[in-house]
Structure formats: structure tokens, C-alpha cells
Design a protein around this ligand. Structure first.
Ligand SMILES: Nc1ncnc2c1ncn2[C@@H]1O[C@H](COP(=O)(O)OP(=O)(O)OP(=O)(O)O)[C@@H](O)[C@H]1O
Ligand SMILES: O=C(O)c1ccc[n+]([C@@H]2O[C@H](COP(=O)([O-])O)[C@@H](O)[C@H]2O)c1
Length: 214
């Protein structure tokens, strides 16, 4: 079955810790398409430092030369908090019977029971959980119970149904966070090789996050 992967995020800003794990998932699952979905209003965090349009422009710059990746801007056009369940419901209605895979870092997966209508997510998509340095520790009981029903060990299984399974995908650990990048920029430190070069160039050109303007 055709398989589509989606990675949602605040992307404040996008960095190689988003892109390398997603690229490895794209290869491992043989995704027909990888969609990056910037959140306009991320539901569970303080307001992003940079507006949604600029964060999305940086995501576009990050993947401009990658034929396997696209930027899906639907959350930018939706009022209210950018609930993932709403995004997945829309995608499911548009894409029909594809295998739809929501990609999450382990830190984000752990918070799933706090998400809006979180059990409905499994009606619309599979979950592909990637490692993230520093994201170890136990999972909430509600999530462990859900995993007992849904966990699969072979990623190929995700291609055989449209939604409802959870797979852990091993990826190269990349210890980069947007918080670290914002901090580095605020202190005037380099972010070269932490973000894609076209993103760094745009940060510099526009003086974003306190980047000293050229
Ligand atoms: N270094 C990383 N390795 C694996 N997954 C990551 C990494 N950074 C972010 N992710 C995942 O990407 C998605 C979007 O993350 P987000 O945009 O919040 O980035 P972040 O670096 O965690 O941001 P912040 O530091 O501002 O909290 C989440 O599912 C998150 O788990
Ligand atoms: O739908 C929810 O309730 C929900 C709660 C927290 C986070 N999310 C989504 O998870 C993704 C990562 O969130 P964040 O805040 O870590 O960037 C992003 O796409 C958010 O919209 C979604």
C-alpha cells in the first residue's frame, strides 16, 4: 500500500534533529511522500518565538532540494490550536486508503495522553516513534496499555493497513533541539551544521532569533 509519512512540529526553527530522523524513517518505510507540517499554534507550549509564516518559510528552505519531502501548510490556515487529530482527519479524508504514518520523537510520544482526543489518532494513522537523545524513561500507563494492543516490530507491517499500529524506529541519534539553537543564537554562537545551510543563511539574512544581521 502507498505509505505517506507526516512530521508535525513547531519548528522554531527547523534543524537537523528533525530532518535526519525523518529521512531515515522515509527510507526505512519506503515512504512515497514525507510531509512536514508546521504548527501555527502548538497546543502545549508557549507562543513560538517566530511567527508561523516565517517558521514555515524556513521549513520550505530546509527541504527545497529534497524531491521526497514536501511542506504541508494546512495548519497555518486553521483557526485555533493546531490539534494533530484534526490534521490527520483531514489528511485521511483527502488521501483515502493509504498507510498514513505520524512520525514522533520519543519525547513527544510520551506526552500523547495529554493530547486532544488522543485515542482517535489511531483511527487515522499509524505512529512511528523515533529515538531522541535524553528522551529515555518510562511511558505513562495509558500509553503502555495502548501499546500492548498496537505495537508492531516489523515496519513492513505498517504498509499492510491504513492506521492503528505503533512502531519504534531506530535512527541515528542527533542531539539537537530548537531550544538549543535559540539559545546559541541569543548568545551570538554559531549554528552552522546544526541547521541546513539555506536555513542558516535565511536566519542570518533576516536577523532571526537574534542572529547578528550581516
Ligand atoms: N533531535 C531530535 N531527534 C529526534 N526527534 C526530534 C528531535 N528534535 C525534534 N524531534 C521531534 O520533532 C517533532 C517536532 O519537534 P519540535 O519542533 O518541538 O522541536 P524541538 O527541537 O523539540 O523544539 P524545542 O526545543 O523548542 O522544544 C517532535 O516529534 C520531536 O520529538
Ligand atoms: O493535538 C494535540 O493536542 C497536540 C499536543 C501537543 C503537540 N501536538 C503536535 O505535536 C507536534 C510537536 O509539538 P511540539 O510542541 O513539540 O512542537 C506538533 O505537530 C504539535 O501540533 C499536538
Amino acid at each position: 500500500m502507498r505509505t505517506v509519512g507526516v512530521l508535525g512540529g513547531t519548528f522554531d526553527p527547523i534543524h537537523l534533529g528533525h530532518l535526519r530522523p525523518a529521512e531515515e524513517v522515509r527510507e526505512a518505510l519506503q515512504l512515497a511522500e514525507l510531509r512536514l507540517i508546521p504548527a501555527r499554534i502548538p497546543p502545549h507550549r508557549a507562543r513560538p518565538r517566530v511567527c508561523a509564516e516565517t517558521r514555515a518559510a524556513l521549513v520550505r528552505a530546509a527541504v527545497a532540494d529534497h524531491p521526497g519531502a514536501t511542506v504541508d501548510e494546512r495548519e497555518l490556515h486553521r483557526e485555533g490550536p493546531s490539534y494533530t487529530v484534526d490534521t490527520l482527519a483531514e489528511l485521511r479524508a483527502e488521501l483515502g486508503p493509504v498507510s498514513l504514518c505520524l512520525i514522533l520523537g520519543l519525547d513527544t510520544f510520551r506526552g500523547l495522553p495529554g493530547w486532544s482526543r488522543w485515542r482517535r489518532l489511531f483511527d487515522y494513522a499509524h505512529l512511528v516513534v523515533t529515538e531522541r537523545p535524553g528522551a529515555g524513561g518510562s511511558l505513562p500507563a495509558a500509553l503502555r496499555a495502548e501499546l500492548e494492543q498496537r505495537r508492531c516490530t516489523d515496519p513492513a507491517e505498517l504498509r499492510r493497513s491504513v492506521a492503528g499500529r505503533v512502531c519504534f524506529q531506530s535512527v541515528t541519534p542527533v542531539d539537537i533541539s530548537a531550544t538549543g539553537i535559540r539559545r546559541a543564537l541569543a548568545c551570538g554562537r554559531s549554528v552552522r551544521y546544526l541547521v541546513p545551510e539555506p536555513v542558516r543563511e535565511r536566519l542570518a539574512r533576516e536577523g532571526l532569533y537574534g542572529y547578528p544581521q550581516l
